[in-house]
Design a binder for this molecule. Structure first.
Ligand code: AMP
Length: 226
């Protein structure tokens, strides 16, 4: 059976970085809802144009756009297995995912949660930079281990020398606060989705402290994976 993993963590917790490491361990596909949206925006698709207005404000893209988009992507990775990152972000999305996995004959293997204080997460977000060549090349102006490098007076990706940019929604405090309001909401938000899968059982739940170094977080996760 393919390994299927859900990755949870507030924006700024290093979820993307850790997710990339975990997906390499199992050779599964890394499916990131935010990245799929950004691809659509880059490509100027209708879905991208619709999603952009929500993303720029830090609002969730409506479920009638998001849920089918993610479920279709997951179905394509059924054989290979997947690590899903950025979805589900609400209790409603968790329920939709759970139902669809059962229908599709897919099973969750692990639920990984990176736990991080809200203020720390916010400080981290504002310093991160996105590589034009690979979304999973970590670059952050405030972390020595993943600091971008300087080339011709410009900061470029420390992994591949690619061009760097800051996401518009990463530099906007209101947008960050909104994203975190959604994440830390235990009623209907992302924490409700985490708790949904905690209570559902079935998958192995792995909760790690995200305030330590990247390597320490990786070690803590790897110890729990089989
Ligand atoms: P991320 O890269 O995960 O921070 O996602 C960037 C933005 O894409 C979010 O702030 C939302 O506007 C949108 N987005 C990503 N995943 C979801 C989701 N599961 N449901 C609704 N909107 C999403």
């Amino acid at each position: 059976m393919a390994v299927n993993i859900l990755a949870f963590g507030p924006n700024g917790s290093g979820k993307g970085t850790q997710g990339a490491i975990v997906k390499d361990k199992y050779g599964v596909d890394h499916i990131e809802s935010g990245a799929i949206f950004r691809e659509h925006i880059k490509g100027g698709t209708e879905l991208g144009m619709k999603a952009k207005e929500y993303i720029d404000k830090g609002d969730l893209v409506p479920d009638d756009i998001t849920i089918p988009m993610v479920l279709e992507t997951l179905a394509k990775s059924k054989e290979k297995g997947w690590l899903l990152d950025g979805f589900p972000r609400s209790k409603a999305q968790a329920e939709a995912l759970d139902k669809s996995l059962t229908e599709a004959g897919m099973k969750l293997s692990y639920v990984v949660e990176i736990v991080l204080d809200r203020q720390i997460a916010k400080d981290r977000i504002m310093g991160r930079r996105l590589c034009a060549n690979d979304n999973n090349h970590p670059n952050h102006i405030a972390f020595e281990a993943i600091k971008p490098v300087e080339k011709d007076g410009k900061l470029v990706c420390r992994v591949c020398g690619g061009e760097l940019s800051a996401r518009a929604d990463d530099q906007d405090e209101d947008a960050i606060n909104k994203r975190h309001d959604i994440y830390y909401d235990t009623g209907t938000g992302t924490m409700a989705a985490v708790n949904y899968f905690k209570n559902a059982g079935g998958a192995k739940m792995i909760s790690v402290d995200g305030s330590v170094s990247i390597n320490e977080v990786t070690d803590a996760i790897m110890k729990e994976l089989e």
